[in-house]
Write a protein that binds this ligand. Structure first.
Ligand code: PLP
Length: 392
């Protein structure tokens, strides 16, 4: 008993995620980058956004990046642009992993396409090429891969399937900034495998591996036509002031957010390396038969551990147990998109298609995201490991 009390007293609070490391690693560089933008007197579609687009495209090993307002818009705009370029048609089906964040599915609907929800691989939680065949119909025209939790799906196998069936491949890379494909291990070419992906969408939501200090997003592609169309659509369908050949929207990466991202981008690889270090400790030192982990991929660089998920049948008890020990956790995601009220009746209206999704529902019932981030100290990591191992 006394030991227990001593143990609790000695523990520190472990937040799910802290952004303190940004100030620690960037110091005055972040402030001066932002203040330069503030003093520039030009806040939308200026030189900082242009510079960030160039730097981010370069970082991804791609030709083009287009800054947009957020990750949801990035997905919707790359799909909408593909329709306007005649590569997809409204009403086409797009395969999407069923266990994704709702934004992926909302964006497909916003573009006028029909999401087809497919079970993920239960071990890795990302799309499994072996499940694509059964989901495909004559109306299926694209696959939207989601690199959930920061783990790249097996793009080589997915692109091979897509090529064989004449499908386009898109990526929702909102959680996977800096993850590198196995076929390009030395290149941060997270956007494409063997040239097959049409485009990738990123979110710069503040807690993402590369996050702004507000909303932000980008579409990354080698396709100059697609990039131009996304840029037009995000700017009222216009390339020339007050002339709009297309019915677009307002979705742009502003200068302040671009200044933040420009200052942070050079640190992304080292932040991801720290995430991998923490993940490697979690994977080797968490030993509790009640808790299942996802495996480390053969190429460690193909995972940037945006989230570290664990799976436990008694998830809610585990969460309460960790909370008592000062450890904050979240669930990604407690309600999968097909069970959200937003999509009630969508299947019967032909706006969504899926079969039974027991794997997805089981993941939603059992997933718990434990603290992960470049700001975690070794002591905090040890505290999380010891606490999970103490759960009986
Ligand atoms: C997988 C996934 N897709 C899309 C989004 C949407 O990004 P945003 O919040 O910037 O709109 C997110 C962000 O939370 C996400 O995690």
């Amino acid at each position: 008993m006394c030991d227990d009390i001593f143990y609790f007293v000695g523990m520190e609070q472990v937040p799910f995620y802290s952004l303190d490391y940004v100030g620690r690693d960037l110091g005055p560089a972040l402030e001066s980058s932002v203040m330069e933008a503030v003093r520039s007197n030009w806040y939308i579609r200026g030189s900082r956004c242009q510079a960030f687009e160039k730097a981010f495209a370069n970082y991804c090993g791609a030709k083009e990046a287009v800054g947009v307002g957020n990750g949801l818009d990035a997905i919707a705009l790359m799909l909408r642009a593909s329709i306007l370029l005649g590569r997809l048609s409204e009403g086409d089906e797009v395969i999407v992993p069923a266990n994704t964040f709702i934004a992926t599915v909302l964006a497909v609907r916003a573009a006028g396409l029909v999401p087809v929800l497919v079970e993920p691989n239960p071990d890795t939680c990302v799309l499994d090429a072996s499940r694509l065949e059964e989901a495909c119909t004559a109306r299926t025209k694209a696959i939207l891969v989601v690199h959930l939790y920061g783990r790249l799906a097996n793009m080589a196998a997915i692109c091979e399937f897509a090529n064989a069936h004449g499908l386009l491949v898109f990526e929702d890379s909102a959680q996977a900034h800096g993850a590198a494909y196995e076929c390009h291990p030395e290149r941060n070419a997270e956007r494409k495998a063997e040239g097959s992906s049409a485009a990738a969408a990123y979110s710069f939501y503040p807690t993402k591996n590369l996050g702004a200090l507000g909303d932000g997003g980008a579409v990354v592609t080698d396709d100059a036509e697609l990039a131009r169309m996304v840029r037009m659509l995000g700017n009222y369908g216009s390339e020339q002031k007050y002339v709009s050949p297309l019915a677009g929207v307002n979705s742009r990466l502003d200068e302040i957010q671009a200044a933040v991202l420009l200052a942070k981008l050079p640190h992304l690889d080292s932040w991801n390396a720290r995430r991998r270090e923490i993940a490697s400790r979690y994977c080797t030192e968490i030993r509790n038969p009640l808790v299942r982990l996802t495996p480390v991929p053969a190429n460690p660089k193909s995972h940037v551990w945006h989230v570290f998920p664990v799976f436990c049948r008694r998830r809610d008890e585990l969460q309460a147990f960790l909370k008592e020990r000062g450890i904050e956790t979240l669930v990604h995601y407690p309600v999968p998109p097909h069970l959200q009220q937003a999509f009630a009746g969508a299947v019967s209206r032909g706006e969504l298609r899926h079969d039974a999704l027991p794997v997805t529902e089981e993941l939603a019932r059992t997933e718990l995201s434990i603290p992960m981030g470049p700001g975690m100290s070794d002591g905090q990591v040890a505290q999380v490991i010891e606490s999970i191992n103490a759960f009986v």
